[in-house]
Design a protein. Structure first.
Lengths: 342, 342
């Protein structure tokens, strides 16, 4: 005999969802600003277009964190993955000259965990605050039979703003422009399906093992937070020192730098100009990766590449300090040359 | 012996990803407008803030389609789920008085299917076009070991705009205001975990079976597209006829109407004012659901509720035609009363 069915019987607990949402309220409050016109519970988040701009252009980007999540699950660490997400999105609009205004997240899970959800969203809120960006809203979806127990997916959306005349779209780039690298903080959020295969299968390491050549565990090395480049780049943008920027994400330097170069132009990258950090060298050696393939997947220590007119190069390098170095130049051609990548 | 590993060996095919992305280019082109300043391949999408507004306020919302996706998978039908997503998001900002400007999607899957991805995103693009909203960008993520074979998750993010003085935030609502319902097109995108249990387990139906009481299959009934209310509601907004609006999503009327009512006010809903459509009656009867629980999960045929000053009610009903009916009124109190819901 079938007893009357409730939503909870089917695997969805609306009361738990309400409690989880209420627990997020302080996080949203903490990450709001004077342009934020809405509170928790509104259908949509309200954000006033900043005044005092001549021709404001919105810049929006959507992204996820990929299978870096699998490492977070294995490590039982859920408080940094939101930072990865926000910083990644902020960098993606920064390269067009935009500063972030607000962010929304999408968190989908099989069963709402009332401890994990605030940890994840707490990381999102902290990174929003660090980037002076409002956490305007988001969606927490409970989808039974969709995600494995203890797993979730996390995606995010950022909206920023730039003056129309300040948009960096690559059209100003010229042959002979200098390329300046800014160091990455680790694997960032790309190549994790491969990285996990290399670390856990080829190298035979466990999540809590010491990572070879580092005073840190495998979990700590793999979960290092994808950094935001807003801090070092904003003064360069304000000074008008940049002609273009590329965020080195999936596809590596070869896959991302051409996205901001005009047709007929390409780049020569001097791979002897830096030593890839330990994590990349260990993955390559220990995993038996072909070096060219490593550069096609991972950032190899280069998180952002700035395209700079020759006369600005010295100033840009000085402003970046130890984080930046000259990595190559813009040349004629249609294919990025990674000189010395092996 | 380990042969050198490539990214493809680990389950990620960057070339297939490139091909999938290129196949989406015409979809993005078709859904752009004169404010769209970016093309495919840009890190972020560029959208000029529309001119001619006094105090433009952005309204943003993120959402997914929940486990309605499981029905799409079972039916092998991927071209309508994107419409559900866009329309849901558009409705969520419409209730605050906003018209949509642009949309971004997040599609995550275990292995990119070069036929399914364009079908899904094609539905997103079609709905964007129907809502005069630009598909500004998105992310297609390949996450092996994350999603079951043939499955994916889909989330989206809409940004709209409203004049600051035109924001509907519920503060104008008064006791005695009339409530006007607009019919839904079916289950929309909520309650699918429960609906699937009821249909496939309790009622014992298969995806291709005829749905009882309808000239349509189970798949066709369950996948009916979540409609957009932009068309019927825009003229009412323009005329200043509305004091508030609630989109009836997860949590039903009881869960959503209070979101737009001031503290101390609630609503009396006359459940005798309409007959819930066949699909809701069959789910309730065939599934052995308590009627009160049905109203707490499903829209029961009411997709949107408009809050209208008494003197505007007749005009609003005339404008809506057969789609709208008087469903109740705003009263003092703190709990929505569903009179006659059983």
């Amino acid at each position: 005999m079938n007893r009357p069915l409730t939503y909870k019987d089917a695997g969805v607990d609306l009361d738990a969802a309400d409690r989880a949402k209420r627990s997020l309220a302080p996080l949203l409050d903490a990450a709001s600003d004077e342009n934020t016109l809405s509170g928790l519970g509104a259908f949509g988040g309200l954000y006033a277009v900043p005044g005092g701009m001549a021709e404001p252009v919105l810049v929006a980007s959507a992204d996820g964190v990929g299978t870096k999540l699998k490492v977070a699950f294995a490590a039982g660490r859920h408080d940094t993955i939101g930072q990865d997400l926000v910083n990644h999105c902020v960098n993606d609009i920064l390269v067009q000259g935009a500063r972030p205004l607000f962010f929304l997240d999408y968190l989908a899970t099989g069963a709402l965990d009332e401890e994990v959800v605030p940890e994840v969203v707490g990381g999102v809120a902290r990174a929003c605050s660090d980037n002076r960006c409002v956490l305007l809203g988001g969606e927490t979806a409970e989808m039974p039979d969709f995600y494995a127990a203890g797993e979730y997916d996390l995606a995010g959306f950022v909206v920023g703003v730039v003056e129309r005349e300040g948009i960096l779209d690559g059209s100003a780039v010229q042959v002979g422009d200098r390329l300046v690298a800014i160091r990455s903080s680790g694997l960032h959020t790309n190549g994790f399906t491969l990285a996990r295969t290399l670390v856990f299968e080829r190298m035979g390491l466990g999540i809590d093992d010491p990572f070879p050549g580092e005073d840190a565990t495998v979990a700590e090395v793999l979960l290092r937070v994808h950094r935001s480049y807003l801090g070092p780049v904003r003064p360069l943008l304000a000074a008008g020192s940049l002609r273009a920027m590329a965020h080195v994400t999936g596809g590596g330097i070869e896959g991302n730098l051409p996205r901001v170069l005009p047709k007929g132009m390409s780049a020569r990258i001097d791979c002897a100009s830096w030593n890839p950090p330990n994590v990349f060298r260990r993955l390559g050696d220990g995993g038996g990766m072909a070096p060219g393939e490593m550069y096609r997947v991972f950032n190899m220590g280069v998180g952002m590449i700035l395209v700079v007119a020759p006369e600005f190069e010295a100033g840009v390098l000085k402003s970046l300090g130890h984080e930046g170095w000259p990595i190559g130049e813009v040349v004629e051609g249609d294919r990025v040359a990674l000189v010395g990548a092996g």
